[in-house]
Every structure is written in C-alpha cells, then in structure tokens.
Design a protein around this ligand. Structure first.
Ligand code: NI
Length: 175
C-alpha cells in the first residue's frame, strides 16, 4: 500500500517541500507584521492626538481616521473572503471608507485599532496554520489563493501605513 513512497528519495523530497513551505509562511507573516522596511501599524497609529484624528491636512484627501478605518475595513474584507464562503463584501468604494472624516469619540477610534490588530493576528494565524494550503484556489473565489490574499493584505496595509505617516507629518504629529 504505497510502500514505494517511503523510499529515501521520496522522504527527502517531502522534507524539502515542508521546509520550503515553512519558509514561505514565515516570509509572508513577516511581511504582514511589517516593520522591517517601514513603520508598522502600531507605530503609525500610536499617540495621534485626539484632536487631530479627524483632521484632513491641507491638500490631503483623508484624515487619519479615514485611513485607519479604510485599513481596518479592507483587511477585514480580505480576511473574511479568505475564510468565510458566506462573506459579502461591502459596496466598492463607498463601503470601504467611514461616513465622515472624524470618529464619533475616542472609543470608536480605539475599537477600530483593536479590530485591525485582531484581524491581522487572524490573517497571520491562517498563514501559519500548516493545514492551510497557501496555493489552493479558494473554493468560493474565482482563482484567488490564500497566498494571494495574504500578500494583498500586506501590500494594501503598507501603502496606507505610508500614507498615515505622511498625514501625521503634515499634521505635525509624527516624531
Ligand atoms: Ni486602499
């Protein structure tokens, strides 16, 4: 019963594949966590004065709150798409942005930061899970893989984290 599979050469190839798979997972998780080549999420949202969170600096299209919420909603949408066949994406583009430039209060800001963190953790856990096939087509998608969704998340986050830092510079709220 499949005894031929247990030859030394097969086992060696299998060990090599597992090793490469683990390396890819590690690279993708590092990319998701960020912080290697630029400010990570924690640095980008840390200590933004309450009074500036809803401010659009002159010449900028968005406030820090709008960028934070956009980051949260987009990441949540990609994560849910990746793991939940029932997921319905928001309307594009309006559903990916908050209603206005400012949060209702500090609690709403904190809640958004917290949700972003939790979803990022969940995306990393999905990638780390050895039972997740990074290369298989997502059954309810049209060609996407978990690898693609994880890379899309990292790329989209990096783009808007850079934007957040620039907004903070313009608002004089970046050390
Ligand atoms: Ni975006």
């Amino acid at each position: 019963m499949g005894g031929w599979r247990k030859t030394g050469a097969y086992k060696e190839r299998e060990a090599m594949a597992t090793h490469k798979d683990a390396a890819v997972r590690e690279h993708v998780i590092n990319l998701l966590k960020g912080g290697n080549a630029h400010a990570d999420f924690e640095a980008a949202v840390k200590d933004i004065p309450v009074g500036l969170r809803g401010k659009r600096p002159e010449g900028a299209e968005h406030s820090p709150w709008e960028v934070l919420e956009h980051l949260r909603i987009a990441q949540w949408d990609i994560l849910e798409f990746a793991r939940n066949p029932q997921h319905k994406s928001p309307d594009f583009p309006a559903g990916y942005w908050p209603a206005g430039p400012a949060p209702a209060n500090e609690k709403e800001w904190d809640k958004s930061v917290h949700s972003f963190r939790e979803d990022l953790k969940a995306m990393c856990a999905l990638v780390a899970d050895e039972s997740t096939d990074l290369y298989a087509r997502i059954p309810h998608g049209n060609g996407q893989t978990i690898l693609r969704e994880a890379l899309l998340t990292a790329d989209h986050n990096a783009y808007h984290l850079g934007q957040m830092v620039l907004l903070r510079r313009l608002l004089k709220a970046w050390k």
